[in-house]
Design a protein around this ligand. Structure first.
Ligand SMILES: Cc1cc2nc3c(=O)[nH]c(=O)nc-3n(C[C@H](O)[C@H](O)[C@H](O)COP(=O)(O)O)c2cc1C
Ligand SMILES: Nc1ncnc2c1ncn2[C@@H]1O[C@H](COP(=O)(O)OP(=O)(O)OP(=O)(O)O)[C@@H](O)[C@H]1O
Length: 141
């Protein structure tokens, strides 16, 4: 069985997340998803929804075989546990492919790192958790 890992915040779910996770699943046989801890989402506004609720929602999605909360300090601890064949980075994730590949090599983990594609079907869809939150604020105030 070929294992794939996907990761992200997954605050307010939308079809962009489903596209990403479906594409990641197609890279192997089993999809494991690491959900970022709120405390570690420091590069943008933190999630509205709490850690365990985000994990529960991601776990319920069709392509997902296993979802878990990430490690508080070391993002490679869940990777060492899962032992994936592929890490599928999201199209806009700020993580650097080469830096991740280097650290995997240093830790003796034999795993490919690749980049998923964006989902942008038309202008009607709101394909970003932040944009959904902004729309709620502007339409309710
Ligand atoms: C290979 C990999 C493993 C990760 N593992 C964790 C983790 O264990 N704990 C965590 O809080 N975040 C982890 N992250 C980070 C988040 O999943 C997420 O990528 C980061 O917070 C950026 O959020 P965004 O991609 O939703 O913008 C990991 C990221 C990568 C690329
Ligand atoms: N429209 C999209 N197309 C493809 N992948 C997406 C899309 N939106 C999010 N993803 C992917 O889903 C994963 C989780 O993304 P994240 O939780 O940051 O969602 P987001 O909607 O982009 O959030 P925000 O709007 O707050 O930046 C990431 O790997 C990201 O690349």
């Amino acid at each position: 069985m070929k294992r794939v890992v996907a990761q992200g915040t997954f605050d307010l779910l939308h079809p962009g997340h489903v596209h990403y996770l479906t594409e990641a699943k197609a890279m192997g046989d089993e999809l494991y998803v690491i959900v970022a801890r709120s405390a570690n989402v420091t590069h943008k506004q933190g999630p509205v929804i709490g850690d365990s609720q985000r994990v529960e929602m991601v776990a319920s999605l069709k392509p997902v075989d296993n979802a878990r909360l990430g490690h508080p300090e070391d993002i490679f601890v869940p990777i060492e546990d899962i032992e994936p064949d592929v890490i599928a980075l999201g199209h806009d994730q700020h993580h650097d492919e080469d830096a991740i590949a280097e650290e995997l090599g240093r830790r003796g983990i034999d795993c490919r790192v690749c980049r998923a594609s964006p989902y942008e079907p038309d202008e009607e869809m709101v394909l970003s958790s932040r944009q959904i939150a902004d729309r709620i604020v502007s339409s309710r105030s």
